[in-house]
Write a new protein. Structure first.
Length: 322
C-alpha cells in the first residue's frame, strides 16, 4: 500500500512538471505560435534524455560513487542537447554562447528537477529502511528480554506444584489450573505489544497465590491493589520482574510488601523487601531489573519513572503512564 502511494505520487509529480514546463516554454518564453514552435519537436528528445538520466545514468553513477564524473557527463549532455535544439530544431544560426544563453535552460530545468526528485525519493527510501531496521531491532530486543522472563516465572510455579503433589495432592489440581492460565498468558497473550490491564493483573494474582503457598510459614506477604479501572492497556510481563525480584532476594522470616495502584491513566507499582547486604551481590539485582529498564525505555520512553532504593530495605518504585 505504501509502495503504491509512493509510485502514484511520483507519477503525479512527473505529469504536473511536464504540463507546467510545456506551458511556460510555449506561452511565457516563446515568440512562436504552437505550430511554428520547434520546442514541441524537441520535447520528445528531451523526454528521452531526462528518463535515460533518471533510470540509467543517475542510479549507475551514484551507486559507483562517481560523482565528479557524473557532473561532467551531466554538463556534456546539457551542452550537446542545447546545441541540437539551437542548430537543428530552432535553426537560429547564432553563436555557441548565444545559443546557451537563450536555450540552455530548457534542457537544464527538467534534468536538474528530475535529478533532485530521484535523489529525494532515494533519501526517503533510505530513511524508511533505517526506520524499519530500527523497528525490527526493537522488536527482536523486546522478544529477547521477554524470553528471559518467561522461563523463570514458569519454573518457580512448577516447583510449587511439584511440592504440593507430594505434600498436599488434593490441592494440586487447582494449582495446575492456575498454571494453565499463566501459561496461556505467557505463551500467547504476551506476544502482543499491549494487553488489557485486567489480564496482566490476573496473571500477577495467580503468581501471588503460588508465592503465598510456596513461602507459607517463611515469609509474610502483603499484597494490595487500588485500581479504579481496568480499561487500560499495558505491555505484557512488565510488573512481574519487580515482583519476582522481591521474592528472589528477600530473606527468610521477612516481610514482602507489594502494591499496585492505577488512577487517572497512571500505574504505580511498589515492591519492598528485606535483603541480606552481605550475601547478595550487586550483580544479582542488576540483570532482571536492567532488562526491565531496557523494556521501559523501548516501549514507554519519557512516560515512566523507575527508581531503586537500597537503604534499610530493597524498594523498587515504578510509575507508568498507560
Amino acid at each position: 500500500m505504501i509502495t503504491l502511494q509512493k509510485h502514484t505520487s511520483q507519477i503525479l509529480v512527473h505529469i504536473l512538471f511536464w504540463m507546467l514546463f510545456v506551458f511556460v516554454s510555449l506561452f511565457l518564453f516563446s515568440d512562436f505560435y504552437w505550430r511554428e514552435n520547434p520546442f514541441l519537436q524537441y520535447l520528445s528528445i528531451l523526454v528521452v534524455i531526462v528518463y535515460v538520466n533518471h533510470f540509467i545514468l543517475l542510479p549507475f553513477f551514484i551507486k559507483k560513487r562517481l560523482y565528479i564524473l557524473y557532473v561532467f557527463v551531466f554538463a556534456a549532455i546539457s551542452f550537446f542537447a542545447t546545441q541540437l535544439y539551437c542548430n537543428v530544431f530552432a535553426q537560429c544560426g547564432c553563436s555557441v554562447m548565444k545559443c546557451l544563453s537563450d536555450y540552455l535552460w530548457q534542457t537544464l530545468v527538467p534534468l536538474i528537477f528530475f535529478s533532485f526528485i530521484w535523489m529525494l525519493y532515494r533519501f526517503l527510501d533510505k530513511q524508511a529502511e533505517v526506520e524499519q531496521i530500527k523497528k525490527e531491532h526493537t522488536e527482536m530486543e523486546l522478544k529477547f528480554l521477554k524470553s528471559q522472563i518467561n522461563p523463570h516465572v514458569l519454573f518457580n510455579n512448577l516447583n510449587t506444584i511439584y511440592s504440593y503433589t507430594l505434600e498436599k495432592p488434593n490441592e494440586a489440581a487447582d494449582l495446575i489450573l492456575m498454571l494453565s492460565d499463566n501459561l496461556k498468558h505467557v505463551l500467547y497473550e504476551s506476544n502482543s505489544e499491549t494487553i488489557s490491564l485486567e489480564k496482566e493483573i490476573q496473571f500477577i494474582d495467580n503468581y501471588m497465590k503460588f508465592q503465598k503457598l510456596r513461602t507459607e510459614g517463611t515469609k509474610q506477604i502483603h499484597y494490595t491493589k487500588a485500581i479504579n479501572s481496568f480499561h487500560y492497556k499495558i505491555a505484557p510481563l512488565l510488573l512481574i520482574t519487580i515482583i519476582e525480584n522481591a521474592f528472589k532476594h528477600s530473606t527468610l522470616n521477612s516481610d514482602i510488601s507489594i502494591h499496585i495502584g492505577v488512577e487517572d491513566n497512571v500505574l504505580i507499582c511498589t515492591c519492598e523487601n528485606d535483603f541480606d547486604k552481605e550475601k547478595v551481590s550487586e550483580t544479582d539485582f542488576k540483570i532482571g531489573l536492567q532488562n526491565l529498564e531496557k523494556r521501559l525505555e523501548l516501549i514507554y520512553k519519557d512516560k515512566y519513572a523507575f527508581t531503586i532504593d537500597k537503604a534499610e530495605t530493597f524498594k523498587v518504585h515504578l510509575k507508568l503512564e498507560l
